[in-house]
Each structure stands twice: as C-alpha cells, then as structure tokens.
Design a protein around this ligand. Structure first.
Ligand code: 9MJ
Length: 691
C-alpha cells in the first residue's frame, strides 16, 4: 500500500519544473556573482543548465526571455539605437591631492551647514558606465552612458554578462528600477583574452578598459559572450515609488545585493575627510591585489536628503567626487632603444625614454620585450609611446601613437653583433623562439656578469654584500670569470677596488662564507640553467635527491620529473654536457666547499596531506621569513602562490594581514595563523632555522 502511495506522487507540471530550475540557476548565480560564495560546484550548475535547456527545447511555447539560457541573441545589429536616459547619467569631478580632498569636504560641510559629513566610499572601477533598466524585475534595457543624456542601446550585449541578472530575486523590488554601474573586465580575464587574441593573430587590447569597451560595443552579441566581462552597481537612476527604500546611498546599494545585483565588497561608510583619506590609502595598498583594475576611489555624501540639498554643478554632483590614483599610463617620447644581454644570452630591447611621471615614479627605461613585440606594437624610435607602470611590475611600452609619428622616426633593428663591445659575437635567432641570443656563450662578459649576479642573488645563493655594480667591476677587472672565482677572492684584492673600503670588502667575504651552507634547490637554481626557475630547481632536487644524479641523467629521465617537458629537459641536459659548466660546479663543491643537507629519499617520496594544496602567505610572520615558510611548505608538496582565489586551499595570515585575509574569509578559505603553520611543520619534523 505504502509503495503505491509513493509511486503515485505526480510530477509537477512542466511550467512549475521550468520555474524551479530557473530559480535554482538564479540562486546559484547570486551565490557566485553577488556573494562570491558558490554553494555548489560548477558541474552542478552546468547540469541544471542543461536540464533546463532540454526541457525548454521540448516545450518551446514555455520559453521566457528572462530564462538563464536566453543570454545570447543570434542576430548581429547593424548599429546601436539611441537611448534617452530617464534621469541623466552623472559625471564626477576629480580631486588629485589631500588638499583638494579637504577643499571638497569643506565645500560639502559649508553647503550643508554641518560640522562633519558622512560618506559612502567606493573603489573607482576602470570600465564603462552603464544603466540597467528592470521592469517588474525583468531586465528590459542596458544602455551606455554616452554623453550622459543619450546613450546607446546595448541590451543584447549586456544580457551576455553572467554577473547581470536577467531577473531580480525576491518580490520586494520597485516596479521600475534603473541601476547604474560599471561594466569591466577582470585582470585575469583580460590576460587570457589577450593571449587568445595573439594566438589567433588578432589585435590584443592595451588595457582592460579598452577591452571592456571594445567588447561591449560589438554589434554581434555572439562575440561579446566570449568576452570575460563583469559588472558592479554603484547607483540608481529612475525608481518607481511603490516600494520604500533606505534614505541613504550605502544601504540602498546593500539593498541591491538582495535583489541579486552585484556590488563591490570594498564599499564602506566613513566620517569626514580623514575617513576618506584613510580609505584612499587603504584601497591604494590593496590595488594590485584586487582582481580588477581601479583608477581611484569615489566619495559620495551618504544621506540622500543631503545629496538633494547640495545638488549639481552642470552634470557633476556637488555631493560626490573621484580621488584618482597617479595614472598608470602616460605618453612620452621613445628616444632610443638599447640592447641588454641576459645571463642566458638573451638580447633584449630596453626603451630609453624622455623621463615621465607614471604610476607614482619617474620612469626613464621600459622594456620592449623582444622583436616580435616591437613588430606587433609597431613602435619606432622617435615615436610618442604609451608607457605603463602598474604596481611593482617593470614599466613597459604598450604602443605608439601613430598620428604623432615624426618624419624622422627610425625603425628598431635587432643588432647583428652582441651589444657588449668586449664580446661582439653574432646575435642569432632560433626558429620559433621570440628571444634573440648572443652566441658568445661564456666568452661574453655581459653574459658572465649576469650569470654571476644571478648566482649571488637573494633567491639563489643569497650572498650578502655583493651587489650588481661590484660584480661588474670584478669581471671588468678580470678578477672573476665565473661564480667559483668569487670564493677565491682575497681581502687585499677586494679592498684595492674602486669605492671599496676594507669594511665592505670584509662584509663581502663574510657574505660569501655564510652562503657556503645552502640547500640543493638553491644551488641548482643559482647555476642559472636556462628554463630552470626556483620551482623546477626544487622539483629536480626532490626528485633526484643529489646533484650527481641530476648531472648524470639523460633527457628521458629528466622528462619523468613533474613539470619538466622536452624543452626544459634539453636545457638541463645540455648545461651539464658542457665541460666548462662541470668544471665550475666541481670548483664550487670541492674548492669553494659549498654544501647542503643531504636530501633523504623519504623526504621527496613522502605524500603529505598538503601535497598539491595551494597556500597563500600574507601579513608579517614573526618566527620565520616568508621565504622560509614558502620553502618548508613546498617541501611538504604544497604550492605557494601570490593571490587568493577560489582555488586557494589555505591562507596563512601573519600580523597586519589585509585584503587577502578579507578575501579568503569571504571565500570561506581555511585561515591559518603562524602558530598553526609552525604546528604543521613540527608534525612533519620540519624546523624553522634562524635566518
Ligand atoms: C566607478 N567608476 O566605479 C561612480 N564609479 O557615481 C563609482 N562611478 C559614479 N561611482 C556617480 N563607484 C557617477 C559616477
């Protein structure tokens, strides 16, 4: 009897099944894009999506335009229609200094006749301002800002942006709701898009803003849908008065989240100009770590009645202003191109620029990467070029302003001979490689200098007291030809050098002494084998356990090492087949007495619960250096990466941890303290030594 009862439970009607599936997909989109906290794996979302697609295909009469399957239209437009904004879209005034900020705040409090103003403060996204119109909870229009009064109807393209809901969640939203915000391209998506563009031989984009604008202005939505665009709200336009809303900007924005609209998690409330300034500094520090580009912050008087009281000057509100960060891109003149030789002989072009203030510093040199890049960017000597300096990244020339090209502009040519006059060997280019190389090998002083600098550098042998200039002097004086010669230097030889006192000479000797005790991964990395970075050096050490086995291994054995492919294997094999390299290694071990702890087979073979797990370190660690923590985690098989993402397994938070901690918490990532980390190391008999 019971069985009958259960068997006879009827399937819900198709329309109900469809609504249920759409509701689930909207919920998952909300968790993913608004809360940044998905509660199901992507595969589950895909499964529900396919189920909905199938059911809709069987019942086309029940298809609705707000279904999550209906994002991409298939009809390209011939042009965009005009949209007259019901309420004009505002522009913002700017402040560029602390003084201008306090002046802005002064005008606000004087205008309001109050002692202090409260602000809602927001990151200033560098994308494209758009207005979304929802009627009865359904997205009916997406328009660009245009001139503020009239924009373009880009609804088809807006619908392809997954972060923008086609239907709002719940039922307590106004019948008419216009939200304003920024469409932008996250940094990771931008990099991936440019890589795809290059692979296809198509034009790459100079920055995420251009990429976002170019993608949104595509007439064919099938192209826009392939572009990784996202969206955050920061304001409202026309709203019907059927629902009572909060009386301040901040709470209204938070209310938008409840309807499924994404709002940046960096938005805060602060008091007075001090609060604004401290927010500016806080976001400035986080800037590089944010997954999207921002060009400043925005301060908005929080109370809506105070906003009304202050009103507008032309189209810019008196109650809001943008505080811009120093520009990351500027124009300057490319005066010349010089060629530098790296430790593996790569000959790279360096742009000599008319000094320009960009990204907060004066830049005179920037990289041009290689000949392929020069060709792709079409840059010539004498051109007005766009220079970009973002965060701590090396400044680069992004492109040229062709309209400003002088008649005297000169083509950039790869030199035929090594630019080091003491070498002069042929410069060669191998098919399929973008780098050009000096063929001088170890007879090239420039290569030798770079190899020795690399050997002594912090992540390699970490020789204190031996700077780049000194290496150059030592090589030029003929005292040092290779890294092993460093250890044979005498105090008298050193103190005789230019600008070298006895004390600095002694410091260097002490530094060399200290560096004699090292680790096998560091030693391998220090050798400067082409294509062998820190990670590969460590993997090699743990795989082979001793230097001799690495030296003796054939390419087939090297390929068996995780992450070592045929190119890297060939580089390693080739390096150890050069008699000169073996001689230097032997000198380093036998004469300079460089040594490292023996790696037990068991160390490298152990699988730990952290093997393959991804760690991020942030904040200040008091009992160990970051480098030590990194090396010990790696010896447990863990990966240590720079930024927090959904793929991060653990965040180690030291003192004064900032944005990475906030992000990890919001993503539900396990946060460990320094004590927790020490406990992990202790459990695995790993010990932190004094550095
Ligand atoms: C950006 N670009 O992030 C405004 N904006 O407010 C923020 N832009 C804005 N607010 C009024 N956060 C006009 C523009």
């Amino acid at each position: 009897m019971m069985g009958d009862l259960f068997d006879s439970v009827p399937e819900p009607p198709i329309a109900e099944q469809l609504e249920n599936l759409k509701g689930q997909l909207r919920h998952h989109n909300y968790r993913y894009y608004v809360l940044d906290d998905p509660d199901v794996p992507d595969a589950e979302y895909d499964r529900l999506f396919r189920e909905l697609q199938k059911l809709e295909a069987q019942h086309p009469e029940l298809l609705t335009s707000d279904s999550p399957t209906q994002r991409v239209g298939d009809q390209p437009l011939s042009k965009f229609d005009e949209v007259v904004h019901a309420i004009p879209m505002l522009s913002l005034g700017n402040v560029f200094s602390e003084k201008e900020l306090t002046d802005f705040n002064q005008r606000v409090i004087q205008g309001l006749g109050v002692d202090q103003a409260d602000y809602c403060v927001e990151p200033k996204l560098d994308g494209l301002a758009i207005s979304l119109r929802y009627e009865d909870g359904k997205l009916v229009q997406g328009a660009t800002r245009g001139d503020g009064a009239t924009g373009e109807n880009v609804t088809q393209n807006i619908r392809t942006i997954q972060a923008i809901p086609l239907k709002l969640i719940g039922n307590d939203y106004p019948q008419i709701l216009e939200v304003r915000g920024e469409v932008f391209m996250p940094k990771a998506g931008f990099d991936a898009l440019n890589e795809r563009q290059r692979e296809k031989g198509e034009k790459s984009f100079a920055n995420p803003r251009n990429a976002a604008a170019g993608s949104l202005r595509q007439l064919d939505p099938r192209i826009t849908t392939t572009r990784p665009l996202s969206f955050y709200c920061y304001g409202m336009g026309e709203i019907s008065d059927d629902i009572a809303l909060a009386d301040n900007h901040y709470e209204r924005l938070m209310g938008l989240k409840n309807w499924g609209l994404p709002v940046s998690s960096e938005i805060q409330r602060v008091n007075g100009s001090e609060g604004c300034l401290s927010y500016y500094k806080q976001i400035g520090e986080k800037r590089d770590a944010l997954p999207y580009e921002i060009d400043g912050v925005v301060y908005k008087v929080n109370s809506l009645s105070q906003q009304d009281e202050l009103g507008f000057v032309s189209r810019a509100p008196r109650w809001a202003t943008a505080h811009k960060f120093p520009a990351q891109e500027e124009l300057t003149i490319l005066n010349d191109v010089e060629w530098q030789v790296g430790r593996t002989g790569a000959v790279t072009p360096v742009a000599r620029l008319e000094p320009v203030f960009v990204g907060g510093v004066t830049v005179t040199n920037a990289t041009l990467h290689n000949m392929d890049e020069i060709k792709r960017k079409g840059v010539m000597i004498g051109d007005t070029v766009i220079v970009r300096r973002a965060g701590d990244v090396i400044p680069e020339v992004v492109g040229a302003v062709i309209s400003k090209r002088p008649k005297t502009a000169k083509e950039i040519l790869l030199p035929k001979h090594c630019p080091d006059p003491a070498c002069g060997a042929d410069v060669v280019r191998t098919e399929g490689e973008s780098a050009a190389r000096c063929s001088g090998g170890l007879s090239c002083p420039a290569q030798r200098k770079e190899a020795i600098k690399h050997f002594a550098s912090r992540k390699a042998m970490d020789v204190e007291g031996l700077g780049d200039k000194l290496v150059e002097q030592l090589v030029d004086a003929g005292l040092v030809h290779n890294p092993a010669d460093l250890f044979a230097l005498k105090l008298e030889q050193l103190s005789g050098m230019e600008r070298m006192g006895e004390k600095s000479a002694q410091n260097m000797i002490d530094g060399l002494d200290k560096s004699r005790t090292t680790t096998l991964p560091r030693f391998i990395f220090a050798l400067g084998i082409r294509d062998v970075g820190e990670t590969t050096a460590r993997t090699l050490a743990l795989h082979f356990c001793n230097l001799k086995s690495i030296i003796d291994s054939e390419e087939e054995q090297l390929i068996e090492v995780p992450d070592v492919g045929p190119i890297v294997a060939a580089s390693i094999h080739n390096f150890f087949r050069q008699p000169h390299n073996i001689e230097v290694v032997e000198q380093l071990v036998n004469e300079a007495k460089i040594s490292w702890p023996i790696i037990e087979m068991s160390d490298s073979a152990i699988e730990t619960e952290y093997s393959g797990k991804s760690f991020v370190l942030t904040g200040t660690l008091s009992k160990m250096s970051r480098q030590q923590a990194k090396e010990l985690l790696q010896s447990l098989g863990a990966k240590v990466v720079g930024s927090v993402s959904k793929k991060t397994d653990y965040l180690v938070a030291g003192e004064a941890a900032g944005s990475k901690l906030t992000k990890a918490e919001s993503l539900g990532i396990t946060v460990l303290s320094e004590e927790d980390l020490l406990a992990i190391f202790n459990n695995h008999q790993l010990h932190v030594t004094d550095s």
